[in-house]
Design a binder for this molecule. Structure first.
Ligand code: NAD
Length: 392
């Protein structure tokens, strides 16, 4: 099949397009970001994703994958996949129109019998609005909502191993979409579009709340002078009912917080549990600093931050709490030096300089390489990479 991925040079769209192309479909990544498209066409990934550079080279060589900024490519597609970003704004409001607006911009490009698969995480009710728009303007085009559930860094393996939620209104549309995912070797779970919309938001929010619970437990243990990691290890060892209790740490990135806020807006801003999770997770950098200040006068210290990505072993710094930590420290410490082995950012310095000059180091992102470091100064290590416990 001919497949066009709208948002196809993004963190979710590009790995998906590569996997689809690797299965022999003819894929075009359509994206408005000209520099990302150019990079992809040159054979280089615009961001880190395990195994993706090799797969990009392979499908470019095979001629099954291409990228374009030309919206005309949409007309050639049998399957149109939409994976553009769906962020909340600076007031934490979702924009329920962003996906439909992108489709309206392309209205001259659609043709009968195409299948449109929405893959962005959307505000509940968006799929119904998209279905209604197509019914009015392009009758005969099938629409389904099939959320992406991968974790960045693991996309290539997870796209083909996780079951796919297929949210479709009728059995006919569902059959057509399921048949497409079967060509990728992916098992489908059939639901209604609204069920799939909630399933995606509940998935991310559930994870965000679990991290918040762990973070609050960590704060309680800390206040009591107890190492939370000792407690967690005691709880989870050979005890399956608590085996999924996460450790403490920054819960950040472009999805979990945003989708919890989408759900809060959806529930008329009465989502007490979601808002509480937000307060705890977003409050962690300040709590951390206050704990450090209990024993250190930061005003004449150089503080080093190791890790600016939002999670380990990737280069994505979107909505990373390391930057919130940096901002807070800039106001309190004499100097702040930040470093990351993967993130590209002019404000960062080398890891060597951080280790040489900092009076105290905070490990803000648990990149695996930090396990090997020798520190000459005190280290604040919420992740227990240094195996010294997490009591701060
Ligand atoms: N990042 C993740 O781990 C992840 C996981 C699951 C789901 N999601 C969801 O997937 C969606 C995309 O997230 P992402 O992280 O890939 O975002 P991203 O910003 O990395 O990618 C989105 C891409 O869409 C392009 N784009 C925006 N508007 C466009 C338009 N009108 N036409 C063509 N291209 C356009 C952008 O240039 C960008 O390259 C979001 O809804 C997100 O919530 C993300």
């Amino acid at each position: 099949m001919e497949v066009v991925v709208i948002g196809g040079a993004g963190h979710v769209g590009l790995p998906f397009g590569l996997v689809v192309a690797d299965q022999g479909h003819q894929v075009v990544a359509y994206d408005t970001d000209a520099s990302a498209v150019e990079k992809v066409l040159d054979g280089s990934m615009p961001f880190l994703e395990n195994g993706a550079s090799e797969l990009l080279a392979k499908v470019l060589e095979a001629g099954t994958f291409s990228a374009s900024v030309d919206p005309a490519v949409v007309s050639d597609a049998d399957v149109v996949v939409v994976v553009i970003g769906t962020p909340v704004d600076e007031h934490l409001n979702p924009d329920p129109s962003v996906v439909l607006d992108a489709l309206i911009d392309l209205t001259d490009r659609f043709r009968p019998n195409q299948m449109v698969i929405l893959r962005s995480t959307v505000f509940p009710g968006v799929t119904r609005r998209v279905e209604a728009w197509f019914a009015d303007h392009h009758p005969g085009i099938d629409v389904a909502f099939c959320p992406e559930r991968i974790a960045e860094g693991f996309a290539l393996t997870e796209i083909v191993s996780l079951p796919q939620l297929v949210g479709a209104r009728t059995a006919e549309v569902s059959d057509r979409v399921v048949a497409f995912f079967e060509t990728l070797g992916v098992q489908s779970i059939r639901v209604l579009p609204e069920e799939a919309e909630l399933a995606k938001l509940f998935t991310n929010t559930w994870r965000y709340i679990k991290f918040a619970a762990a973070n609050q437990f960590w704060m309680m243990a800390n206040e009591f002078g107890v190492d939370f990691e000792q407690v967690r290890s005691a709880i989870t060892t050979d005890y399956p009912r608590a085996a999924d209790m996460p450790g403490a740490g920054f819960a950040a990135g472009p999805c979990l917080f945003k989708d919890t806020m989408q759900l809060a807006a959806f529930s008329g801003n009465s989502f007490a549990l979601g808002n509480a999770a937000m307060m705890i997770n977003e409050g962690l950098p300040l709590y951390l600093i206050e704990r450090i200040e209990a024993t250190h006068d930061l005003s004449d210290m150089t503080v080093g931050i190791l890790g600016m990505a939002f999670k380990s072993d990737i280069d994505d710094n979107r909505s990373s709490l390391s930057y919130k930590l940096r901002k807070l420290l800039l106001f309190r410490a004499e100097h702040v030096l930040c470093s990351d082995p993967y993130v590209v950012d002019d404000r960062l310095v080398s890891q060597h300089r951080v280790l040489e000059e900092a009076d105290l180091v905070v490990i803000a992102t648990p990149h695996s390489v930090y396990r090997e470091l020798d520190f000459q100064q005190p280290v604040v290590d919420l992740w227990n990479l240094t195996d010294q416990g997490v009591l701060i």
